[in-house]
Write a protein that binds this ligand. Structure first.
Ligand SMILES: [Zn+2]
Length: 369
């Protein structure tokens, strides 16, 4: 039904609606920024990765015809083409198996749990890493989420390597050991395994999961309710409600920058100094991001870059006071798998130091619900 509505809208006057999901059935790169406003005004369309040279736009079927009729210079974005080129990334099933193998070796330190299922019935696997992993006590809770956009694959690979790194170096590396002893670390390598399997941005129903969360600034979508949202989004929402995460990050691809809240409103973030400090520290610890020629110091405010409605980052802060940053980890969303080692080496220090920050962020400034 949503598709039908969107299609009618695209072919008629492009009337604005706040009810349709952001669908990702067609993808284009639009050259130049002069038509940005034309695309950002429609809820059915997702604009992403705006730069001086242009931006990505995703939408329901009919988007290409609209672009052609509007005489706008654009190129088709085809992430699936990567699937037929060169070496492949592991399937969701192979990834789950690899994580399972790592976890099974360290039953006191690691636990693998499903927080829900994707549209195609794939489990959303979370790994918890902590000393006495089943204790579920008052040690601070931290989380990483990657691959909510299925074609942004590098983050998923970094999470798998991080899991193996934390476990295999426990008892050998004093710093990592202390971190695992004192922290409840939760890692969800792939929030969108169906999208990952197809190298597509949206889930199996083409829903853009990072436009699918409640948004306090959006009339009609400002309640923290599950109704009408993708299964994957619902799984995250239910999981978050059962935990006390204090700090988190989510991993994307298509740029190399730390994107900091808010995404949905231009207002200064209440803990702007703290969140900017976290961003600067990450970018410093991941030198290729800090050295960005596009973003000064490798950080940006999300809204200043481009507005996002229904994003996970602002949602986690607004409803749970869980501080979250977005790590755009690789300019290419789906680079050759041989580059993953490079990205892990470049991010390792930042990945670990950021987890440790859950112990030093100033909790007295955060009003918890
Ligand atoms: Zn993304």
């Amino acid at each position: 039904m949503i598709k039908g509505i969107a299609l009618v809208l695209l072919f008629s006057a492009f009337a604005f609606t706040t009810n349709a999901a952001s669908l990702t059935q067609e993808s284009y790169y639009i050259y130049g920024k002069q038509n940005l406003r034309l695309f950002t005004q429609y809820k059915e369309l997702t604009v992403d990765h705006v730069s001086a040279s242009g931006f990505e736009v995703y939408g329901p079927k009919g988007l290409g015809q609209f672009i052609t009729r509007s005489n706008i210079r654009a190129a088709v974005l085809d992430s699936k083409a990567a699937l037929t080129r060169g070496p492949k990334y592991p399937t969701p099933e192979e990834t789950a198996q690899r994580i399972q193998t790592a976890v099974a070796k360290y039953p006191q330190l690691a636990q693998m749990m499903s927080i829900g299922k994707s549209v195609k019935g794939r489990d959303l696997w979370v790994v918890k890493i902590s000393k006495n992993v089943r204790a579920n006590d008052n040690r601070p809770e931290f989380k990483y989420i990657a691959n909510m956009h299925g074609d942004e694959i590098v983050g998923r690979e970094l999470m798998v390597l991080l899991i193996e790194d934390l476990l295999s170096n426990y008892g050998k590396d004093a710093y990592l050991t202390k971190l695992v002893d004192t922290t409840q670390i939760y890692i969800l390598p792939s929030m969108n395994p169906d999208g990952a399997a197809l190298a597509q941005r949206g889930n199996a129903n083409f829903v853009d999961l990072n436009r699918d969360f409640p948004d306090f600034s959006e009339k009609g979508n400002d309640k923290n309710t599950l109704d009408g949202r993708a299964l994957e989004t619902q799984a995250i929402m239910k999981w978050q409600a059962t935990r006390k995460f204090q700090l988190s990050a989510n991993y994307h691809g298509g740029a190399e920058v730390l994107s900091l809240p808010f995404d949905t409103i231009p207002d200064k973030f209440p803990l702007a100094d703290l969140i900017n400090g976290l961003g600067v520290e990450y970018a410093t610890n991941a030198p290729y991001i800090g050295a960005s020629k596009v973003f000064k110091g490798g950080i940006t405010n999300g809204y200043a870059w481009y507005e996002i409605n229904g994003g996970m980052q602002d949602w986690s802060w607004n409803w749970y006071k869980d501080l979250q940053i977005t790590v755009e980890v690789s300019n290419q969303k789906y680079p050759d798998p041989s580059t993953v080692t490079y990205y892990y080496q470049q991010n390792r220090k930042a990945l670990i130091a950021y987890i440790a920050r859950v112990h030093t962020i100033n909790q007295s400034r955060i009003v918890r619900r």
